[in-house]
Design a protein around this ligand. Structure first.
Ligand code: CA
Length: 221
Protein backbone atom coordinates (compact mmCIF):
# COMPACT_ATOMS: atom_id res chain seq x y z
CA UNK A 1 0.00 0.00 0.00
CA UNK A 2 1.39 3.35 -0.98
CA UNK A 3 0.56 6.37 1.16
CA UNK A 4 1.04 10.06 0.42
CA UNK A 5 1.62 11.93 3.67
CA UNK A 6 1.05 15.69 3.35
CA UNK A 7 2.12 17.38 6.56
CA UNK A 8 4.33 20.43 7.20
CA UNK A 9 4.82 19.82 10.93
CA UNK A 10 8.11 18.00 11.19
CA UNK A 11 7.44 16.17 14.46
CA UNK A 12 4.00 14.93 13.48
CA UNK A 13 5.17 14.04 9.98
CA UNK A 14 8.19 12.10 11.20
CA UNK A 15 6.14 10.19 13.79
CA UNK A 16 3.41 9.27 11.30
CA UNK A 17 5.94 8.29 8.65
CA UNK A 18 7.79 5.99 11.06
CA UNK A 19 4.58 4.36 12.27
CA UNK A 20 3.39 3.79 8.72
CA UNK A 21 6.71 2.29 7.68
CA UNK A 22 6.65 0.03 10.72
CA UNK A 23 3.25 -1.13 9.48
CA UNK A 24 4.89 -1.84 6.08
CA UNK A 25 3.21 0.95 4.17
CA UNK A 26 5.29 2.60 1.46
CA UNK A 27 5.24 6.29 2.38
CA UNK A 28 6.06 9.44 0.45
CA UNK A 29 6.08 12.56 2.60
CA UNK A 30 5.61 16.07 1.20
CA UNK A 31 5.47 19.27 3.22
CA UNK A 32 3.45 21.68 1.13
CA UNK A 33 0.31 21.67 -0.96
CA UNK A 34 2.02 22.27 -4.27
CA UNK A 35 4.29 19.23 -3.87
CA UNK A 36 1.25 17.21 -2.79
CA UNK A 37 -0.56 17.93 -6.06
CA UNK A 38 2.60 17.15 -8.04
CA UNK A 39 2.99 13.85 -6.19
CA UNK A 40 -0.59 12.80 -6.96
CA UNK A 41 0.09 13.49 -10.64
CA UNK A 42 3.27 11.46 -10.72
CA UNK A 43 2.46 8.45 -8.50
CA UNK A 44 -0.50 6.19 -7.84
CA UNK A 45 -1.48 6.22 -4.18
CA UNK A 46 -3.80 3.93 -2.30
CA UNK A 47 -4.54 6.68 0.21
CA UNK A 48 -3.48 10.23 1.14
CA UNK A 49 -3.24 11.79 4.59
CA UNK A 50 -3.78 15.53 4.30
CA UNK A 51 -3.03 18.22 6.84
CA UNK A 52 -5.22 21.29 6.23
CA UNK A 53 -2.88 24.06 7.39
CA UNK A 54 -0.14 23.85 4.74
CA UNK A 55 2.28 26.31 3.16
CA UNK A 56 2.08 27.35 -0.52
CA UNK A 57 -1.29 25.73 -1.22
CA UNK A 58 -3.66 25.14 1.69
CA UNK A 59 -4.88 21.58 2.34
CA UNK A 60 -8.46 22.55 1.61
CA UNK A 61 -7.43 23.87 -1.81
CA UNK A 62 -5.41 20.70 -2.49
CA UNK A 63 -8.50 18.60 -1.84
CA UNK A 64 -10.74 20.87 -3.88
CA UNK A 65 -8.39 20.68 -6.87
CA UNK A 66 -7.93 16.93 -6.69
CA UNK A 67 -11.68 16.33 -6.58
CA UNK A 68 -12.39 18.96 -9.26
CA UNK A 69 -10.05 17.03 -11.54
CA UNK A 70 -11.74 13.74 -10.72
CA UNK A 71 -8.82 12.24 -8.76
CA UNK A 72 -10.35 9.51 -6.65
CA UNK A 73 -7.50 8.79 -4.24
CA UNK A 74 -9.06 8.35 -0.79
CA UNK A 75 -8.14 11.20 1.54
CA UNK A 76 -8.08 11.31 5.31
CA UNK A 77 -7.81 14.85 6.62
CA UNK A 78 -5.51 15.40 9.60
CA UNK A 79 -6.70 18.54 11.25
CA UNK A 80 -6.48 20.58 14.40
CA UNK A 81 -9.56 22.43 13.23
CA UNK A 82 -12.05 20.42 15.14
CA UNK A 83 -15.07 22.67 15.01
CA UNK A 84 -18.12 21.07 13.52
CA UNK A 85 -18.12 23.39 10.50
CA UNK A 86 -14.54 22.49 9.62
CA UNK A 87 -15.35 18.82 9.71
CA UNK A 88 -18.46 19.23 7.59
CA UNK A 89 -16.48 21.38 5.19
CA UNK A 90 -13.74 18.79 4.82
CA UNK A 91 -16.17 15.98 4.12
CA UNK A 92 -18.11 18.17 1.66
CA UNK A 93 -14.88 18.92 -0.19
CA UNK A 94 -14.43 15.20 -0.76
CA UNK A 95 -12.46 13.89 2.20
CA UNK A 96 -13.24 10.27 3.05
CA UNK A 97 -12.62 10.69 6.76
CA UNK A 98 -10.77 12.94 9.16
CA UNK A 99 -8.70 12.60 12.31
CA UNK A 100 -8.47 15.44 14.80
CA UNK A 101 -5.03 16.32 16.15
CA UNK A 102 -3.61 15.28 18.49
CA UNK A 103 -4.48 11.72 17.49
CA UNK A 104 -3.29 8.30 18.49
CA UNK A 105 -1.43 6.59 15.68
CA UNK A 106 -3.50 3.45 16.31
CA UNK A 107 -6.66 5.37 15.52
CA UNK A 108 -5.18 6.75 12.32
CA UNK A 109 -4.14 3.25 11.20
CA UNK A 110 -7.62 1.88 11.96
CA UNK A 111 -9.30 4.68 10.02
CA UNK A 112 -6.96 4.05 7.09
CA UNK A 113 -7.89 0.37 7.08
CA UNK A 114 -11.58 1.26 7.18
CA UNK A 115 -11.27 3.68 4.26
CA UNK A 116 -9.20 1.20 2.25
CA UNK A 117 -11.75 -1.52 2.98
CA UNK A 118 -14.57 0.65 1.66
CA UNK A 119 -12.54 1.23 -1.50
CA UNK A 120 -11.88 -2.44 -1.94
CA UNK A 121 -13.85 -5.59 -2.16
CA UNK A 122 -16.29 -5.08 0.64
CA UNK A 123 -16.97 -4.87 4.31
CA UNK A 124 -15.06 -7.89 5.59
CA UNK A 125 -11.78 -6.85 7.16
CA UNK A 126 -10.26 -10.30 6.51
CA UNK A 127 -8.72 -11.07 3.13
CA UNK A 128 -9.16 -14.68 2.09
CA UNK A 129 -7.85 -16.67 -0.83
CA UNK A 130 -8.20 -20.43 -0.83
CA UNK A 131 -6.93 -21.61 2.53
CA UNK A 132 -5.13 -18.36 3.28
CA UNK A 133 -6.49 -15.64 5.53
CA UNK A 134 -4.92 -12.26 6.17
CA UNK A 135 -6.06 -9.83 8.85
CA UNK A 136 -4.73 -6.35 8.05
CA UNK A 137 -5.64 -5.07 11.52
CA UNK A 138 -3.44 -7.52 13.39
CA UNK A 139 -1.19 -8.40 10.44
CA UNK A 140 -1.81 -12.07 11.21
CA UNK A 141 -1.80 -14.66 8.49
CA UNK A 142 -3.14 -18.17 8.62
CA UNK A 143 -3.11 -21.20 6.36
CA UNK A 144 -5.93 -23.74 6.87
CA UNK A 145 -6.56 -22.12 10.23
CA UNK A 146 -2.92 -22.45 11.34
CA UNK A 147 -1.21 -19.21 12.23
CA UNK A 148 1.76 -18.32 10.02
CA UNK A 149 4.20 -15.59 10.98
CA UNK A 150 5.02 -13.21 8.13
CA UNK A 151 7.34 -10.23 8.33
CA UNK A 152 5.73 -6.82 7.79
CA UNK A 153 6.97 -6.68 4.20
CA UNK A 154 6.01 -10.27 3.42
CA UNK A 155 2.54 -9.46 4.69
CA UNK A 156 2.36 -6.27 2.64
CA UNK A 157 3.43 -8.06 -0.53
CA UNK A 158 0.89 -10.84 -0.10
CA UNK A 159 -1.81 -8.32 0.79
CA UNK A 160 -1.14 -6.40 -2.44
CA UNK A 161 -1.60 -9.60 -4.46
CA UNK A 162 -4.65 -10.86 -2.57
CA UNK A 163 -6.43 -7.53 -2.87
CA UNK A 164 -6.46 -7.96 -6.64
CA UNK A 165 -6.70 -11.70 -7.27
CA UNK A 166 -6.28 -12.59 -10.91
CA UNK A 167 -4.43 -9.35 -11.62
CA UNK A 168 -0.77 -9.59 -12.61
CA UNK A 169 1.49 -7.24 -10.67
CA UNK A 170 4.92 -6.45 -12.10
CA UNK A 171 8.07 -6.01 -10.07
CA UNK A 172 7.57 -2.23 -10.33
CA UNK A 173 3.96 -2.50 -9.12
CA UNK A 174 5.03 -4.51 -6.09
CA UNK A 175 7.96 -2.20 -5.33
CA UNK A 176 5.56 0.76 -5.40
CA UNK A 177 3.42 -1.02 -2.80
CA UNK A 178 6.41 -1.70 -0.58
CA UNK A 179 8.89 1.14 -0.79
CA UNK A 180 8.51 4.92 -0.51
CA UNK A 181 10.77 7.58 -2.01
CA UNK A 182 14.32 7.41 -0.80
CA UNK A 183 14.04 3.86 0.48
CA UNK A 184 16.80 1.66 -0.80
CA UNK A 185 15.42 -1.24 -2.88
CA UNK A 186 17.71 -4.18 -3.57
CA UNK A 187 17.31 -5.35 -7.15
CA UNK A 188 16.03 -8.79 -6.11
CA UNK A 189 14.11 -7.72 -3.00
CA UNK A 190 10.74 -8.66 -4.49
CA UNK A 191 11.95 -12.15 -5.46
CA UNK A 192 13.32 -12.70 -1.95
CA UNK A 193 9.98 -11.75 -0.42
CA UNK A 194 8.07 -13.98 -2.81
CA UNK A 195 10.39 -16.86 -2.06
CA UNK A 196 9.88 -16.33 1.69
CA UNK A 197 6.08 -16.16 1.40
CA UNK A 198 5.98 -19.32 -0.73
CA UNK A 199 8.16 -21.14 1.76
CA UNK A 200 5.69 -20.33 4.51
CA UNK A 201 2.40 -20.68 2.65
CA UNK A 202 3.10 -23.05 -0.21
CA UNK A 203 4.40 -22.56 -3.71
CA UNK A 204 0.97 -22.01 -5.28
CA UNK A 205 0.05 -19.00 -3.16
CA UNK A 206 1.80 -16.72 -5.66
CA UNK A 207 1.80 -17.61 -9.36
CA UNK A 208 4.64 -16.64 -11.64
CA UNK A 209 3.59 -15.12 -14.93
CA UNK A 210 6.79 -15.46 -16.84
CA UNK A 211 8.34 -12.19 -17.94
CA UNK A 212 5.38 -10.16 -16.66
CA UNK A 213 5.03 -10.53 -12.92
CA UNK A 214 3.11 -12.38 -10.25
CA UNK A 215 -0.48 -12.92 -9.23
CA UNK A 216 -2.73 -14.63 -6.71
CA UNK A 217 -5.36 -16.93 -8.16
CA UNK A 218 -8.85 -15.55 -8.43
CA UNK A 219 -10.96 -17.55 -5.95
CA UNK A 220 -13.53 -19.81 -7.68
CA UNK A 221 -16.98 -18.20 -7.80
CA1 CA B 1 0.10 22.23 9.34
Amino acid sequence: MRVLLIEDDHMIGAAVMQALRDAAYAVDWVKDGDLAIEAVYSETYDIALLDLGLPVVDGREVLRRLRAEGRKVPVIVLTARDTLNDRIDGLDLGADDYVVKPFEIGELLARMRAVLRRQGSGSSPILTNGRIELDPATREASFSGEKVVLSAREFALLQALLMQPGVILSRGDLERHLYGWGEEVESNAVEFLIHAVRKKLGATVIRNVRGVGWMADRPPC
